[in-house]
Design a protein. Structure first.
Length: 212
């Protein structure tokens, strides 16, 4: 069982229950997911991830594109509920990433913690980023990526964030040592519990419901 499935299994087995405005959830707080390149390969080989769409999405985020119609033109439809534009959401912050990557590649300072902050407080938004901070560090010639997620939909959001972080790391000209996610709240929606059980028991083609 890959480390992503291990996290799903942990939430299913030990998660507490709660109801919020999106419905019932099973959740855990303050979990850590530490992934080496071998762990990432294991996840990408054993779990279906929309790699092409997620790569396109990250490129559009970094370009600062906010129009949901433009995402829809690339068959990225999961932002439709936000209306015409992503307001103070991922593109607002990830458009700063290319400049940060360029700086890291230029400086490559072992003593420097390169940090990208996402999601300012007290701003009007139709989808606050669930990914709140990404930190890049260089240790003995290898790249360490650390990320804090305030909230993580374990079925849809978490695998997408893992792949996005991997794509971010690939933009840096340093071998990747690890990606570690600190999950403030990792959860499975009640509507996806049965499907998660089926996935963990080897079912193929499992589709999860988007809760908005």
């Amino acid at each position: 069982m890959n480390k992503y499935y291990q996290m799903l299994s942990l939430v299913m087995a030990k998660g507490k229950t709660q109801t919020n405005k999106k419905g019932g959830i099973k959740y855990l707080t303050n979990e850590v997911l530490h992934l080496t390149p071998a762990d990432l390969l294991d996840i990408f080989e054993t779990h279906g991830i929309a790699r092409k769409k997620l790569k396109t999405e990250l490129n559009m985020f970094q370009a600062g594109i906010t129009s949901t119609e433009q995402y829809r033109a690339e068959d990225i439809t999961w932002w439709d509920y936000c209306g015409e534009r992503l307001k103070n959401s991922y593109p607002t912050y990830l458009e700063k990433l290319p400049a940060l990557v360029e700086r890291i590649n230029r400086e490559k300072r072992n003593s420097k913690n390169y940090v990208l902050f996402l999601g300012e407080t007290e701003v009007d938004t139709n989808q606050a980023p669930c990914l709140s901070l990404v930190q890049f560090q260089i240790e003995d010639g290898e790249l360490i990526v650390s990320a804090y997620q305030r909230s993580s939909d374990a079925n849809l959001g978490l695998p997408a964030d893992i792949y996005h972080l991997y794509l971010m790391a690939r933009q840096i000209d340093i071998p990747l040592k690890s990606i570690t996610l600190f999950l403030g709240n990792v959860h499975i929606y009640e509507s996806n519990l049965l499907r998660t059980y089926e996935l963990l028991n080897g079912a193929q083609g499992v589709k999860f419901e988007l809760n908005t």
